[in-house]
Design a protein around this ligand. Structure first.
Ligand SMILES: Cc1cc2nc3c(=O)[nH]c(=O)nc-3n(C[C@H](O)[C@H](O)[C@H](O)COP(=O)(O)O)c2cc1C
Length: 344
C-alpha cells in the first residue's frame, strides 16, 4: 500500500506529511527526522535570545543537508511586526542559489502571518529561474487569505483552522469548515491541511476533504527528536483538548496551552483592536514578550508562552518521528479503504 497525492508528487516525498513550522523555536533535528522518515521537514523562523534569524536559518540549512539527502522546507513569517522578514526574503533565496546541495534539497518555502507577496522579489525569481524546484505555499487561516494567495500566485496554501496551535486568524473557522470553503472556491489549488490533525483518522479525513497532505505541529512536539524542552513535551500526553486557549500574540491571535502566561495575556478579537494595541507597543514591551518564549525554551512552562493546539487531546505518547509517521499513514490507509467500502 502507499499514498500518492499531488503533494507527494510535487515534493518527491513518500508520505504526504509535513512538519508545521514552529518558530521562534528550533526545529532543525525535527526537520531532519521528518524528512528522513519520508515526509517534508520544515525549518522555523528562529530568533531566540537576540540571535540573527538570518544567521540561524543559514546555519540550520547547512546542518540539515549535512544530515539528510532528502527534501526539506523553511518558514518566513512575513508579518508587518516581523522586522527581519523583508531581509530574510531577499537573503535566503540568494543563499540557497549559491549552495548547490541546499538548492537541490530545499523544495518548499512556507510564508505565514503576513502577506504572501513579500517573497516575490528579484532574488526569489533568480532562484526559480536558476533551476530550483522550490514551491511557495502560504498559510491561510481564513478564506479571504486563501483568495489572496491565489491572486499572489502561490503554488498552494496551508489551510489552517482555529483548533491549531500557534498562529491563528480572527475569523476562528475550524479546519473542517475552512478546508471545505477553500476546496469549493479553489478546486484545483494544491492544499495542505493543518490544525487539529494528529492521527491517521484525522489524516484520512483531510485527504477526503481534498487536501493533498497534512502538516502537524503539536504531534511532532511530542516526539523523541524534537528540540522542545522535556517539560514542554511532557505537557502533551497528559493534556485534554480543552486545555488550550486563544490569546493575543505579537503577530496576531495565537493558541496557547492554558497556564499563568496565557491566563494573564488577554485577547483582542479584531485586526482593528490589534492595530490600536500595536500603536502602543514599545520595543521594551516586545522584548519582554519575546522573553516568555525564551523561558519556555528553557523549560519554564508555567511562566512561558506554550504554543499548542487542541490536537493535544488525541496525542497520548511521546514517540519517535518515524513511529508517529508510520502509524499515522498505516491508519490513514486503513481508514480510507474502510470508508471506500461504504460506497455501493
Ligand atoms: C510551538 C509552535 C510554534 C509555532 N510557530 C509558528 C511559526 O513560527 N510560523 C507559523 O507559520 N506557524 C507557527 N505555528 C503554527 C503551526 O505551524 C501549525 O499551524 C500548528 O501547529 C497546527 O496545529 P497543530 O499543533 O494542531 O498541529 C506554531 C505552532 C506551535 C505549536
Amino acid at each position: 500500500m502507499g499514498l500518492k497525492t499531488n503533494i507527494t508528487e510535487m515534493f518527491g516525498i513518500k508520505y504526504p506529511i509535513l512538519a508545521a513550522p514552529m518558530g521562534p523555536f528550533y526545529t532543525t533535528d525535527l526537520t531532519i527526522a521528518v524528512s528522513e522518515a519520508g515526509g517534508l521537514g520544515v525549518l522555523s523562523h528562529t530568533n531566540l535570545f537576540g540571535k540573527s534569524s538570518l544567521t540561524e536559518m543559514k546555519k540550520n540549512m547547512e546542518y540539515v543537508v549535512e544530515h539528510t539527502d532528502k527534501p526539506f522546507g523553511f518558514n518566513i513569517r512575513t508579518s508587518r511586526m516581523q522586522m527581519d522578514a523583508p531581509g530574510l526574503c531577499r537573503a535566503i533565496p540568494r543563499f540557497i542559489n549559491n549552495n548547490p546541495k541546499i538548492k537541490e534539497q530545499c523544495r518548499y518555502i512556507i510564508t505565514s502571518a503576513g502577506t504572501p507577496k513579500m517573497i516575490y522579489n528579484k532574488a526569489f525569481q533568480k532562484l526559480r529561474d536558476g533551476g530550483s524546484e522550490i514551491k511557495h505555499f502560504h498559510v491561510a487561516p481564513a478564506l479571504w487569505l486563501a483568495d489572496k494567495c491565489v491572486t499572489a500566485g502561490c503554488d498552494g496554501v496551508v489551510v489552517t483552522g482555529w483548533e491549531g496551535g500557534g498562529h491563528q486568524s480572527y475569523e476562528r473557522v475550524s479546519s473542517l469548515v475552512l478546508l471545505q470553503q477553500v476546496k469549493l472556491k479553489h478546486p484545483d489549488l494544491p492544499l495542505i491541511a493543518c490544525g487539529g490533525i494528529a492521527t491517521g483518522e484525522g489524516m484520512a479525513a483531510a485527504l477526503s476533504l481534498g487536501a493533498g497532505g497534512i502538516a502537524m505541529g503539536s504531534r511532532f512536539i511530542a516526539s523523541k527528536e524534537s528540540e522542545f524542552h522535556e517539560n514542554y513535551k511532557n505537557i502533551v500526553p497528559a493534556a485534554g483538548a480543552n486545555d488550550t486557549m486563544w490569546v493575543t500574540g505579537v503577530l496576531g491571535p495565537i493558541r496557547l496551552w492554558r497556564n499563568k502566561y496565557s491566563l494573564d495575556h488577554g485577547v483582542v478579537t479584531s485586526k482593528e483592536e490589534k492595530m490600536a494595541l500595536e500603536a502602543q507597543l514599545t520595543p521594551q514591551k516586545a522584548l519582554e514578550d519575546q522573553k516568555h518564549y525564551e523561558m519556555t525554551y528553557e523549560g519554564n512552562v508555567d511562566d512561558g508562552a506554550v504554543l499548542l493546539g487542541q490536537s493535544i487531546g488525541v496525542i497520548k505518547s511521546i514517540e519517535s518521528v518515524k513511529d508517529i509517521m508510520d502509524n499515522i499513514v498505516a491508519t490513514a490507509e486503513k481508514s480510507l479503504i474502510k470508508a471506500s467500502k461504504m460506497v455501493i
